[in-house]
Design a protein around this ligand. Structure first.
Ligand code: GTP
Ligand code: MG
Length: 214
């Protein structure tokens, strides 16, 4: 399996303890392997799936101290307008791509950008699983990143492409760990931005009151 991982974030090891599980929404075109990834993560085995009609939801514990409540949303065209209904207060997006289906990558890119345009996401990080890497004609994660134009997201989202195979169980734990690191970094960045806005507004109100006195 390809081992090139495309990163848009600094690697570091902070911790973030939450009492609740992180809310994670998993989307992607139909047959990309979302449900197979969900149950591979939950049951540690490959489960035969049928196309999802609405959603599956499971709480998984990818490693000690971290839980994700993962919403696996149906990917067929008629279901995609509903994706946005699930992203309120989400901590992260997982986008799954069938790496062997090059002819559908433009469609996948369009759907990815559609959902990321949702204001409610507030810059939540994006993990892309370049799935089905066990098949011989799978595109590399670097090619997937280019075809999905992920570099265009750099100013808005942390993102990370992880090669995976739900069939073999490869790449999924690494991807879920990378996702955690991005969530921690994103939440820290939000906190810093909030503190800096607070300082600026305090400074502005002080200047105003000095001007009033003068
Ligand atoms: N070879 C291979 N097949 C996979 C892999 N992951 C999923 N599949 C197969 O791909 C097909 C679709 O997988 P699903 O998990 O049902 O796909 P989905 O994204 O949930 O599809 P929808 O529910 O229709 O949105 C199934 O036949 C799976 O067995 C993988 O890593 N390798
Ligand atoms: Mg499914």
């Amino acid at each position: 399996m390809g081992n090139v991982v495309v990163l848009s974030f600094r690697r570091f090891r902070p911790m973030l303890k939450l009492k609740r599980p992180f809310h994670v929404v998993m989307v992607g075109l139909d047959k990309s392997g979302k449900t197979a990834i969900l149950y591979r993560s939950k049951l540690r085995e490959f489960v035969k799936t049928v196309s999802t009609t609405a959603f599956n939801v499971e709480t998984i514990r990818p490693f000690k101290g971290v839980r994700y409540k993962v919403w696996d949303i149906a990917g067929r065209e008629q279901n995609r307008p509903l994706w946005k209904a699930y992203v309120r207060h989400t901590d992260a997006i997982i986008f799954v791509v069938d790496s062997t289906n090059e002819s559908r990558l433009d469609e996948a890119k369009e759907e990815l950008f559609n959902i990321l345009n949702c204001a409610q996401l507030n810059g939540a990080p994006v993990l892309v699983f370049a799935n089905k890497q066990d098949l011989p004609n799978a595109l590399s994660p670097r090619e997937i990143a280019t075809r999905l134009c992920l570099h265009d997201l750099n100013s808005r989202h942390l993102w990370y492409v992880q090669p995976s195979s739900a069939l073999l169980g490869e790449g999924i734990p690494d991807g879920l760990r990378g996702l955690y690191e991005m969530i921690v970094q994103w939440k820290l960045d939000l906190k810093r931005a909030k503190a800096s806005r607070k300082r600026k507004s305090l400074a502005a109100s002080r200047t105003n009151s000095i001007n009033n006195i003068l």
